[in-house]
Design a protein around this ligand. Structure first.
Ligand code: PLP
Length: 379
């Protein structure tokens, strides 16, 4: 339970979660890859439009699977933004490879393709694009870089289920894409994630990696009469209770997105006057993209302004929160990664960004958040 009457995030039951949980228990299979996992796979394929989708226990797990699928070897380099969650980089480091941190484009807060281009070396094996706040990165330019240098392109779409880029769904824009259903995301299952695979040649191996490196998926399909250890792998799949809960949420994915986008519009409409006065910056929609209402953030003048706003809101019982200590300046980022150039936009954004409450049932609470924010910004 949050100590704030208006928390930053509040998980919602949106449909038939309890019914499906009971049904999953009555079906008698609580381990993974049962009835509800199959239903989630089909639904996610339909929502995302990817060639294959596999549920995982988290986006962290999906990123680790992606790193294995790219065959990352010790010394290989992977280019990614520093302005991201630790899991994007950990997946690389766990394979002995090196995360190369580059700056974001301040206009989109997504990885800057120009900075990616400068960072490519003979050791580069992959690029990871994070779709920050549910707005896809500049995938045309990143795809061109990946194609011309023979690199894997991975979308960290943890925040981006339902977002689009030039009419295409996030998750269909790279070789591989990873999603999160962590409780802070739009569609939730407590912990949870998925790997979308857009290259047919990677599908069989992905199934093996997810099942502890065994060919059990082929055994379950009746293709072979016993299964054995054939590759690297781990236990990346969730149990059926998680899948049952998630399926009920996925059925309402459109509703959730629409409600959150409406809340975003309300925030924007009320605060635009302060942006026009240069008092604050509002989220920008990168060209050709549609967001999914995942996050509403403000960019304050500087760190002191941001801290004063956070304190003001907390005094009013409202939790607003910063985002991401840049990975290149974190202790593990310095130990495991390299940062070829200064990252001024990452540092600046990390100092100034603050996220406002956003959840499906924000309802009337948004008026309270706006009133307190307007009072602060008008000072
Ligand atoms: C960009 C990004 N990548 C990866 C993750 C990890 O997701 P999970 O908690 O599902 O492992 C997050 C979680 O917030 C994220 O924001």
């Amino acid at each position: 339970m949050s100590e704030f009457p208006i928390p930053f995030n509040r998980p919602s039951i949106v449909g038939r979660e309890f019914e499906y949980l009971q049904d999953a228990i009555e079906r008698g299979q609580l381990s993974g890859d049962g009835h509800y996992t199959q239903k989630c796979h089909a639904m996610l394929k339909q929502i995302i439009g990817a060639q294959s989708v596999l549920l995982t226990h988290s986006c962290t797990g999906a990123l680790e699977m992606a790193a294995i699928l790219c065959d990352l070897q010790p010394g290989d380099e992977v280019i990614l933004p520093s302005f991201t969650f630790v899991s994007t980089a950990n997946a690389v480091v766990l394979r002995g490879a090196v995360p190369v941190f580059v700056d974001i484009d301040p206009a989109t807060l997504n990885i800057d393709p120009l900075r990616v281009q400068e960072a490519i070396t003979s050791k580069t094996k992959a690029i990871i694009a994070v779709h920050y706040a549910g707005y896809p990165a500049d995938m045309d330019r990143l795809s061109e870089l990946a194609r011309s240098h023979g690199l894997f392109l991975i979308e960290d779409a943890a925040q981006a289920l339902g977002a689009t880029y030039k009419g295409r769904q996030a998750g269909t824009l790279g070789d591989l894409a990873t999603f999160s259903f962590h409780v802070t995301k739009n569609v939730i299952s407590g912990e949870g994630g998925a790997l979308a695979i857009n290259r047919p040649d990677l599908v069989d191996r992905a199934e093996i990696i997810r099942e502890k490196g065994t060919n059990r998926p082929r055994f379950l399909r009746g293709d072979i009469d016993k299964y054995t250890w054939v590759d690297l792998g781990s236990s990346f799949l969730p149990g059926e209770l998680v899948a049952a809960f998630l399926y009920a949420q996925l059925e309402q994915a459109d509703e959730i997105r629409i409600r959150r986008c409406a809340a975003m519009l309300k925030y924007e409409a009320a605060l635009q006057k302060f942006a026009d006065l240069g008092r604050v910056e509002l989220p920008r929609t990168p060209p050709g993209t549609t967001g999914n209402g995942h996050m509403f953030y403000l960019l304050m003048h500087d760190r002191a302004d941001r801290e004063a706003y956070i304190s003001h809101m907390r005094r009013h019982g409202i939790n607003v929160v910063f985002h991401y200590v840049p990975l290149h300046s974190s202790p593990a980022g310095q130990r495991f990664g390299v940062t070829p150039k200064a990252l001024p936009f990452t540092d600046d954004t990390s100092d100034r960004l603050v996220r406002l409450p956003m959840y499906s049932e924000l309802g009337e609470d948004i008026e309270t958040v706006l009133k307190a924010t307007e009072a602060y910004l008008a000072k």
